[in-house]
Design a protein around this ligand. Structure first.
Ligand code: GDP
Length: 457
């Protein structure tokens, strides 16, 4: 438990109906007693009930009419005595109330300090604490469901399950180190090898979820590429559901890139419409095309748009040459018109969808194709049931842990390797897992993690 009592607004700045200020620490209730007068005295308030009253400064001057609620330790978010004041949401009131609470002995909370206290008081493990920031920052339903699953402890449970398997093997090996002469305690290497191989596969499955998990958290970039006039801007507009890019039948209207954020196929997506690719001497257009080229490498998926009502144009081939087939989805646009396009003339693009951007036809097929590109069969999209790793820190620690397990399994099949070395590998493996849940995470990393939060979290 900490000796200081901290305060911060937990609602965003600006004017609004309500501004909530949170106090956490041993003095919370004493401070409330000094500034709040309601029908019930602060000390008499039942836990977790809202009480209406007036908030006054130390001279008795009323500042605001507020609701206050008290959540006694340890049954609060931080595990400490927490008081919340629901004031009116004006910036002046907010400042006056904060100044008042500071003058009563509280200090301003630093970014992430409430959650850091919750972690240090054992209310949340590190993956859960990190998920609070992910939940707040989620930009798609699926991303928020992933964060919620992590907050509910799904990832921690899986990591603890891995750790339990390792601990059981470690106990067996250490027993043989401690009692080498006891016949019963001979290490069953074959049995342990089987268990560790199975664990390694389970770790690998979790590691493999990182690509999708990262995209869910950070969002993916979809680049719309193609020669002028094939319907790139129309596609952007239909996906956005509004007229954002200028659509004309004069080739080359979009000379630079246009970027919009949407939720698409369950993913948070940055949709980028690029300048049309074509042979040109116009310096402005050439710059746009150069910019498109540099963005191709950075994008997660390219939507290569062609006009399927026309035969293949040499500029279609030019655009196609820029697109790596393994991350390109060929969009055969203008499917409302008779089909004249020879797909084979363009090169190998196994992923294809026919749409009509202008009339919004078959966008669901496009959505499914994007889903399956990132998700395999896409069946799990939207469910939020699947457990994923979405944080580079978790990924690196799990990878290190699996490496130690790999070294352990290799040593197991070599009888000359002493049991002490096997135990060492298992302990490194456990340490890696502890870094994920926060049990063995160094203090400077913890400080870094919480400093990424904002004030009031
Ligand atoms: P961009 O230069 O590739 O961005 O192409 P635009 O989106 O500006 O569209 C060029 C022209 O094609 C416009 O006249 C659009 O109305 C038309 N167009 C775009 N998509 C379709 C479609 O699906 N069907 C038909 N028939 N016309 C389309």
């Amino acid at each position: 438990m900490f000796s200081s009592t901290i305060v911060a607004p937990v609602t965003p700045p600006g004017e609004g109906g309500v501004c909530i200020l949170r106090l956490s620490g041993p003095e919370s209730l004493d401070i409330l007693e000094q500034v709040f007068s309601g029908q019930v005295a602060a000390r008499e308030m039942l836990p977790r009930r809202l009480y209406l009253g007036s908030l006054h400064d130390l001279t008795g001057q009323v500042i605001d009419h507020v609701f206050s609620v008290h959540m006694p330790a340890p049954h609060s978010y931080t595990g400490e005595h927490v008081v919340e004041l629901h004031c009116h949401g004006g910036s002046l009131i907010r400042r006056l109330v904060i100044d008042l609470l500071l003058s009563c002995g509280a200090r301003m909370a630093s970014p992430g300090e409430f959650t850091q206290r919750a972690f240090l008081n054992g209310k949340l493990d590190l993956t859960q604490a990190e998920s609070v920031a992910n939940l707040i920052g989620a930009r798609s339903l699926r991303a928020s469901q992933q964060a919620l699953g992590q907050l509910e402890g799904k990832l921690s449970r899986r990591i603890h399950f891995f750790a339990d398997v390792l601990k059981r093997m470690l106990v067996e090996i250490e027993a043989c180190i401690d009692f080498p002469d006891d016949e019963v305690e001979i290490v069953d290497r074959v049995n342990i090898l089987e268990r560790s191989m199975s664990l390694k596969h389970q770790m690998s499955d979790l590691l493999n979820s990182f690509d999708t998990g990262r995209i869910l958290r950070e969002g993916l970039s979809l680049l719309i590429v193609g020669r002028p006039n094939v319907g790139k801007s129309s596609l952007l507009n239909s996906l956005l559901g509004e007229q954002r890019a200028i659509v004309t039948d004069i080739p080359g209207t979009t000379r630079d890139t246009i970027e919009e954020s949407i939720e698409f196929a369950g993913f948070p997506v940055r949709l980028i419409d690029t300048a049309g690719v074509r042979h040109t001497n116009d310096p402005v257009e050439r710059l746009g095309v150069e910019r498109t080229k540099s963005q191709l490498a950075l994008s997660d998926l390219i939507l290569l748009v062609v006009d399927a009502s026309q035969p293949v144009h040499e500029d279609d081939c030019l655009a196609a040459k820029l697109c790596p087939p393994d991350k390109t989805l060929l969009i055969l646009n203008k499917s409302d018109l008779p089909f004249s396009f020879q797909v084979n003339d363009l090169g190998k693009f196994s992923l294809q969808v026919e749409v009509s951007a202008k009339y919004g036809l078959h966008l669901d097929a496009l959505q499914s194709a994007v889903k399956s590109f990132f998700d395999g069969d896409g069946s799990s999209v939207g469910s939020g049931e699947d457990l994923m790793i979405n944080d580079r820190r978790h990924y690196d620690a799990l990878l290190a842990s699996r490496r130690s397990l790999q070294s352990f399994t290799e040593s197991l099949s070599r009888p000359e390797v002493p049991l002490e070395c096997l135990a060492f590998d298992l302990r490194s493996c456990l340490d890696g897992l502890g870094v994920i849940t926060g049990e063995t995470t160094p203090d400077d990393i913890l400080t870094q993690i919480f400093s990424r939060f904002c004030i009031g979290k």
